[in-house]
Design a protein around this ligand. Structure first.
Ligand code: NAD
Length: 289
């Protein structure tokens, strides 16, 4: 046997062994999830849905009080624990994962959802705005995913990482340079990490919501007023406006985003990684006036 042929065979055997080791996704009832930004809006809906499917949930949020309320609602210490975490801090992220391991014995599903929205015209966007926006979304989700990968690799059982990115990761709108750019960063993290972590059985996917007005702290704290001004509609009509511009003429609610996280992690999409699922009632699918 020639040297190159020997290498090819050995390499192939190695690859086969890897495939045999590849863990299949586990049902949600056996899983331990950590959701960032789970004290409010979309993250809260995701935590609720994963808990309803039987997962133990670590409710991680900068706002510890809100996180505590959600953990309580989900059944208390046996089912859900709250951790106060700022995703810009490596130390606090490490502590949050440690808390998850102490409470439930591990982590095999992580959702990068925490976020803020700095939505200003280019000429009004300061370097500080840019840094703050990116430190929470781009850098924060990178740090959370890195810790998730460390824990999941050590467990050797695969896992799921989901990014709540945005329609704005792909499509451009006015006054959105900092937020849009950081969402595009998150979207590419999905592909990069899917490529790197696939052989460990860790799947990395994204969800791209749009127009989730009801229940969203981001919309309530300035983004809504800003968007209403951009589109020339009263703020209280924003939900309706978003619904009207969709193909389905439906308003997107936090629960619809949670449904997509369930679809991606619940087992049926076991052979999907590196994908972004739009949850926007069709806005990204067609150009509408
Ligand atoms: P939200 O304000 O209701 O929830 C965001 C949560 O993140 C809050 O609980 C907040 O305390 C937490 N958070 C903020 N900074 C943090 C930090 N440094 N560390 C830890 N937690 C922090 O807003 P939402 O609308 O539910 O948004 C959730 C995610 O969905 C965000 O990433 C947002 O960009 C994304 N998203 C929302 C929409 C929408 O229409 N609402 C559309 C696309 C994407």
């Amino acid at each position: 046997i020639e040297e190159s042929e020997k290498f090819r065979i050995e390499y192939w055997e190695l690859e086969e062994a890897k495939l045999r080791r590849m863990p299949a996704p586990k049902p949600l009832a056996t899983r331990i999830a950590l959701v960032t930004g789970a004290g409010s809006g979309i993250g809260k809906a995701i935590a609720r849905r994963l808990a309803a499917e039987g997962a133990c949930v670590v409710v991680a949020d900068l706002d510890g009080e809100k996180a505590g309320e959600v953990a309580e609602e989900l059944g208390g210490p046996d089912r859900a624990v709250a951790v106060t975490v700022d995703v810009t801090s490596e130390e606090q992220i490490a502590e949050a994962f440690k808390a998850a391991v102490l409470a439930f014995g591990g982590v095999d599903l992580v959702v990068n959802n925490a976020g803020i929205s700095i939505s200003k015209p280019l000429l009004e966007t300061t370097a500080r705005d840019w840094d703050l926006q990116h430190s929470i979304m781009a850098r924060g989700s990178f740090l959370v995913s890195r810790e998730a990968a460390r824990v999941m690799a050590a467990q050797g059982m695969g896992g799921d990482i989901v990014y709540i990115a945005s329609k704005n990761a792909v499509f451009a709108g006015p006054n959105n340079i900092a937020y849009g750019a950081t969402k595009a960063d998150q979207a590419h993290q999905v592909r990069l990490l899917a490529a790197e972590l696939g052989e460990l059985g860790i799947r990395v996917n994204g969800v791209n919501p749009d127009g989730v007005v009801r229940g969203s702290g981001i919309f309530a704290s300035g983004w809504g007023a800003q968007r209403a001004a951009v589109y020339g509609v009263p703020e209280e009509k924003l939900g309706e406006f978003y619904a009207q511009r969709t193909l389905l003429k439906r308003e997107v609610l936090p629960e619809h985003v949670a449904n997509a996280v369930f679809a991606l992690t619940g087992g049926d999409l076991s052979h999907t990684t590196g994908l972004h699922v739009p949850v926007d009632a069709g806005v990204a699918a067609a150009f509408l006036r």
